[in-house]
Design a protein around this ligand. Structure first.
Ligand code: LMR
Length: 348
C-alpha cells in the first residue's frame, strides 16, 4: 500500500511539473525578453512601394533614392520598402491594390490611370509635349497639381509626377518613317484610349498588355512592335527582339506617384512634411537623371545590337504632327479644349 501511495504522489508531482512548464501563466512573456530596439522597430512606419520596372531604370533609381532620403530625413523612423519588376503586382493590378490598402505606394505610367480619370487622356496625345522643359513645366507645375488633385475622389493621394522620357517606335516589319509604314501591324500599348486611338489612326491593331509580358510576345511574333522609352526598351531587352527603331519622341512616359489616401492621412504631420521634402528632391533630381539614363542606354543599344535606328527628320516629324491633328479635334470635343490649350500655352 505504501509503495502504491508513494508512486501515486510521484506521478502527481510529475504531471504538475509538466503542466506548469508547458501551459503555466506568463509563459510567452518569459520566452521573449524585453528589448528596447525591438520596441523601436514596432513603431517604425513601413511604406511598401511596388513598381514594374528594373532597378537600372529612371523609376527604379528614383524609388531607391526616395527610400534613402526618407530614411535619412526621418532618422530611420520611416522605411520605404521597394518591390521592383512587378514582383508584388503586375501593371494593371497595382492601382486596385493601392486603393484596397494592400500596398501603400505605387508609381504607374499615367496612361494606366486614364480609365479612372479620362481627363488624363490628353497627356497621351501624340506630340502634346514639345521637349523635356515643356514636360517639366506642365507636370511639375499647376496643371500637374490639379491633375493629381483629381485622384482624391478615388481614395488616392497624388504626390508627384516622375519623368522617364519620350517614347520611341519599334517594329519587326520594316522601318517606320512615315505614318503609312505602320499599316496592318500589331502593336502592344499601355491601357489608354488615347494610345489606342493614336494607333487606330495609323491602321495598327493594338493589344493592351502588361509590361512584363511584352518581351515574350515580341519574341514569339505575336506582336510586331510597340512604343516605349529607351530605358524600358533597353532594360527589358526589347531591342534584342526588334529589328527597327524610330527615334520619334512622339509621346511621353511619365509616372503618377501615389499613396493610399487613408494611409497618408494616418501619418503624423511632421512625417508627411519629411516625405514631401524627400519626394520634391527626388522629382527634381530625376528630371536630369532620366535624360542621362535614356542617352546612355541609347548608346548601349547602338553599340551592342544590330537594330536599325532611324531618327525622324524635321520634315518627317512635321508630317507625323499633321497626321495626328484630327485626334486633337476629337479629344477637344470629348474632354474639353481647356487642358489641351493650357498645356500648349506652356510649350514656348
Ligand atoms: C509600360 O507599361 O510600358 C510602362 O508603363 C512600364 C513603366 O512602368 O515604365
Amino acid at each position: 500500500m505504501k509503495t502504491f501511495i508513494s508512486t501515486f504522489i510521484l506521478i502527481f508531482i510529475f504531471f504538475m511539473f509538466v503542466f506548469f512548464i508547458g501551459f503555466g501563466p506568463n509563459n510567452d512573456s518569459k520566452s521573449i525578453p524585453f528589448d528596447h530596439e525591438q520596441e523601436g522597430l514596432n513603431k517604425q512606419i513601413v511604406i511598401n512601394f511596388s513598381h514594374v520596372v528594373a532597378e537600372n531604370t529612371p523609376k527604379g533609381q528614383a524609388a531607391e533614392r526616395f527610400a534613402k532620403l526618407v530614411a535619412e530625413k526621418t532618422n530611420g523612423k520611416v522605411k520605404v520598402e521597394v518591390f521592383p519588376n512587378g514582383v508584388l503586382y503586375a501593371e494593371g493590378e497595382e492601382v486596385n491594390a493601392l486603393i484596397r490598402g494592400e500596398i501603400q505606394m505605387i508609381a504607374p505610367a499615367y496612361s494606366n490611370m486614364t480609365e479612372l480619370l479620362p481627363e488624363w487622356l490628353i497627356l497621351d496625345l501624340p506630340y502634346i509635349f514639345k521637349d523635356d522643359e515643356h514636360v517639366k513645366a506642365v507636370l511639375n507645375g499647376e496643371i500637374g497639381d490639379s491633375l493629381l488633385g483629381e485622384l482624391k475622389k478615388h481614395n488616392i493621394k497624388g504626390i508627384a509626377f516622375w519623368s522617364n522620357g519620350f517614347k520611341q517606335m519599334t517594329s519587326n516589319r520594316g522601318p517606320l518613317r512615315a505614318p503609312a509604314d505602320f499599316l496592318g501591324q500589331r502593336f502592344r500599348i499601355m491601357p489608354s484610349k488615347a494610345l489606342e486611338d493614336q494607333f487606330r489612326e495609323l491602321g495598327v491593331k493594338t493589344n493592351a498588355m502588361p509590361f512584363n509580358q511584352v518581351y515574350r510576345n515580341l519574341e514569339g511574333g505575336y506582336l510586331d512592335g510597340g512604343e516605349n522609352t529607351i530605358s524600358n526598351i533597353y532594360s527589358k531587352r526589347f531591342y534584342k527582339v526588334q529589328k527597327y527603331m524610330t527615334i520619334s519622341n512622339h509621346g511621353y512616359l511619365g509616372y503618377s506617384v501615389m499613396m493610399n489616401q487613408e494611409f497618408w492621412d494616418s501619418l503624423p504631420k511632421d512625417i508627411q512634411k519629411k516625405i514631401s521634402e524627400a519626394m520634391d528632391e527626388t522629382t527634381d533630381w530625376l528630371y536630369t537623371e532620366s535624360q542621362k539614363i535614356n542617352d546612355q542606354q541609347l548608346n548601349l543599344i547602338k553599340t551592342t545590337s544590330d537594330i536599325q535606328i532611324h531618327v525622324l527628320s524635321d520634315k518627317e516629324r512635321e508630317n507625323w504632327i499633321d497626321f495626328f491633328q484630327p485626334l486633337y479635334e476629337e479629344y477637344g470635343e470629348k474632354y474639353g479644349k481647356r487642358w489641351i490649350n493650357e498645356i500648349q500655352k506652356l510649350s514656348n
